[in-house]
Design a protein around this ligand. Structure first.
Ligand SMILES: C[S@@+](CC[C@H](N)C(=O)[O-])C[C@H]1O[C@@H](n2cnc3c(N)ncnc32)[C@H](O)[C@@H]1O
Length: 394
């Protein structure tokens, strides 16, 4: 296998030559490396640095059980305050490249990394048997992370951080309802409720949290990134199930007046609080709490290390949107072209809609999930009325 050197973050790494220059990465590649996941790795480095800062931890113990070429683990070693990093991959060729990447690090950093060649769950169980725990576990698999969630939760400290990537977006956006239920426990997903990407991110979080609940743990999201072909969430482990259960339920959409409203687990189904109608479309059971923590987002945005990232231009646009998302306690967002199509008018500029809604007294923000959606306190009828008022004159 021919290797080439690439630069990412503050380091240089070896990756398979065949995996760069526009190649679309596949599971069948000899060793998996996805050039387009640089933003995932940059974001993750910043999130772990924020975690270290906020929790005053300068000796983080990190575990990456699906390490591929080792670039991510090596970046954590170089760019975050770590004392030890355990990397693993089932593919011996991936382990071979990871070892080469470790050997290229300054020896003081390289000696913090241990490398294994095992199945992820067997690896985590083996470490569990010798009582190891980690401050941060990063699960970056093909498709869904769900098969690896249970062992990860068992291996992270209380208040420790877990990160999961999912690339099975067809299931998460509701295209395959049976797979969505099987993996994430979401039994109702009506795409008319709002922007499907935010709902997909919440579905991933819900599926992970459900495994936590089985183990008597609440996993609380602190950062959620949706980008092109993946969704990535970061969650902190807390003891007890109440925090998650109290914030899980359904998002309802009234079929008559189009109002959205929530119901929480255990509540009897309520009629629409706006018009009393009982016909509704719904999504859930799904996590309804906040999925962006502004303290983390601000710490990431203010971190000077951000300037060393290859994807800094995108990150300085995305992070402020995430901070805005965290300021509105509403688990849905409106897809403006969908609403314009529904009422039969052309789509006006989002900035004009936002200006009018803000002047009317409603908070209204763009979101990082989609360039054509808004999160706002206004209801659908009010947004549609603004869209109509902005329609081009003939
Ligand atoms: C998406 S890649 C990881 C990419 C890497 N984290 C990065 O940032 O470049 C997924 C990796 O998981 C490995 N893998 C798949 N199933 C596994 C399993 N059951 N146990 C351990 N590794 C596994 C694959 O060999 C592959 O290298």
């Amino acid at each position: 296998m021919k290797l080439v050197e690439i630069q990412e973050g503050v380091g240089t790494f070896l990756v398979p030559e065949s995996n760069i220059n526009g190649h679309i990465p596949r599971r069948s590649d000899e060793v998996f490396f996805n050039f387009h996941q640089e933003i995932n790795r940059d974001f993750s480095v910043l999130a772990l640095r924020a975690y270290g800062n906020i929790n005053s931890k300068s000796d983080l113990r990190v575990c990456e059980p699906l390490c591929g070429s080792g670039i991510r683990g090596a970046r954590y070693a170089l760019e975050t305050p770590t004392s030890s990093i355990y990397c693993n991959d089932i593919n011996s060729k991936a382990v071979y490249i990871t070892q080469k990447n470790i050997n290229r690090l300054p020896s003081i950093i390289a000696k913090r990394i241990q490398l294994f060649n095992m199945d992820c769950n067997s690896f985590l169980q083996k470490l569990n048997a010798i009582d190891l725990v980690f401050d941060f576990i990063d699960i970056d698999p093909f498709g869904t992370p769900i098969p690896f969630v249970q062992n990860s939760i068992k291996m992270v400290t209380l208040q420790g951080l877990l990160a999961f990537t999912a690339t099975d977006l067809a299931s998460l956006v509701g295209l395959y309802p049976r797979a969505l239920y099987a993996k994430y426990g979401i039994s109702h997903f009506d795409t008319r409720i709002g922007n499907v990407h935010e709902i997909a991110a919440r579905a991933l979080i819900t599926g992970i949290q459900h495994t936590g609940l089985i183990l008597g743990q609440s996993l609380i999201p602190i950062a959620t990134l949706y980008h092109r072909h993946f969704v990535r969430c970061f969650l902190v482990r807390n003891r007890g199930v109440d925090t998650v259960i109290n914030q899980t339920g359904f998002i309802h959409l009234c079929e008559r007046c189009q109002a959205r409203y929530l119901s929480f687990l255990g509540e009897n189904k309520t009629n629409c609080p706006t018009c009393g109608n009982s016909d509704e479309l719904k999504v859930g059971p799904i996590y309804l709490g906040g999925i962006q923590n502004s303290e983390y987002m601000s710490s990431m945005l203010l971190d000077k290390h951000l300037l060393k990232m290859g994807t800094r231009k995108r990150l300085v646009k995305i992070l402020p949107l995430m901070i805005d998302e965290s300021s509105l306690d509403i688990p849905w967002s409106f897809d403006i072209p969908k609403l314009a199509k529904k009422i039969g008018v052309t789509v006006p500029p989002l900035t004009q809609i936002m200006k009018i809604l803000n002047e009317t007294g409603y908070k209204c923000y763009k979101i990082h999930y989609s360039g054509t959606s808004l999160k706002t306190e206004a209801n659908e009828a009010e947004i549609c009325s603004v869209i109509r008022s902005l329609k081009p004159r003939s």
